[in-house]
Write a protein of this length. Structure first.
Lengths: 187, 187
């Protein structure tokens, strides 16, 4: 029981620090301090920083997928699910906890971590493509549009951080949803 | 003359290293080594890392704006300029040399550097908004669409890096351009 708790606390502390500082800039020592667990637990559960990073980034990906599915996995019509996903409130200035790792060289140099990021986006792209297909689009068009929808969110985060204006993400989403829904009315 | 050259070489070396390693992870010593200039020149031109970073990120922003204007600043019809900008070849796996700095905590913690990034995106958003207005859109819709266009590029880079597939950026662009040009035909 206490073992599970120590592991969870280490993973949670790593998730928080990775999301704000990046993986490369976070030392296992900093995670240990933030978690409040004993040093022995860290090395018992995560012999290397790589092990800790795979667990923490993996947990962040699982959380993000679960949150996406709360919008995308409902019984609502396809276009409503897409709009709900695009428009859900996001902490724009914090950046995407998953996407921002793509600018972290320590992540990109680690094949195991790259695989975790890749799996997240491939999964989301698959779900979004299937929903765009439900709207009657051919497979290749649906796939392109799924890429565009994900890019709007990821790029909206980048714009919001760059301009320090959370409204930049919502403006990007509004611009895209405007095109999507006009399109919908015309077809 | 040789002074100008040393300065340019320092800025060029810093631009390259910042684009691949990030600002936070690049030491002035590494820039010095890559530039091949003498140590005295570095401290003469750039007494602090902040000074060097502002000059290098500023130069990268100037290059990026000049490149954007080669698509956006022509005499072609508005929609053609927008599509040319969106579709121009990009080194997707390298990430945006400007946008990726938004995930670099060392950049975001430095007000001078944040101002440089902010100025880049504000400038590009202004140009894109004006071009969308030329297509006959009201100001607020044009502004949202400009945000969406920029987000597609920035987010496309994120997707390409995350999936290690340059095709992810072109798919996002194709999805967005498909919506834009259908829209155009319908109005």
């Amino acid at each position: 029981m206490s073992t599970t708790t120590a592991r969870d606390r280490l993973v949670g502390a790593a998730q928080d620090l990775f999301a704000t500082q990046g993986v490369g800039a976070t030392s296992p020592r900093a995670v240990l301090a933030a978690s409040g667990v004993g040093q022995g637990s860290l090395y018992h559960h995560f012999p290397t920083k790589h092990d800790l990073a795979v667990a923490a980034v993996g947990a962040t990906v699982d959380d993000a997928l679960a949150q996406a599915m709360r919008s995308l996995g409902t019984d609502a019509p396809a276009i409503e699910r897409l709009v709900a996903y695009l428009e859900r409130p996001r902490d724009a200035l914090a950046g995407c906890k998953v996407g921002r790792h793509t600018s972290d060289q320590a992540v990109m140099d680690d094949e195991g971590l790259r695989d975790v990021l890749d799996a997240y986006f491939v999964r989301l792209l698959g779900v979004l493509t299937a929903i765009f297909r439900e709207t009657g689009l051919p497979a290749d068009v649906a796939r392109d549009r799924a890429h565009a929808a994900l890019a709007i969110i990821q790029g909206g985060y980048v714009l919001a951080r760059a301009t320090q204006d959370p409204g930049a993400l919502t403006a990007a989403v509004r611009g895209f949803v405007g095109l999507l829904t006009t399109q919908e009315k015309n077809t």
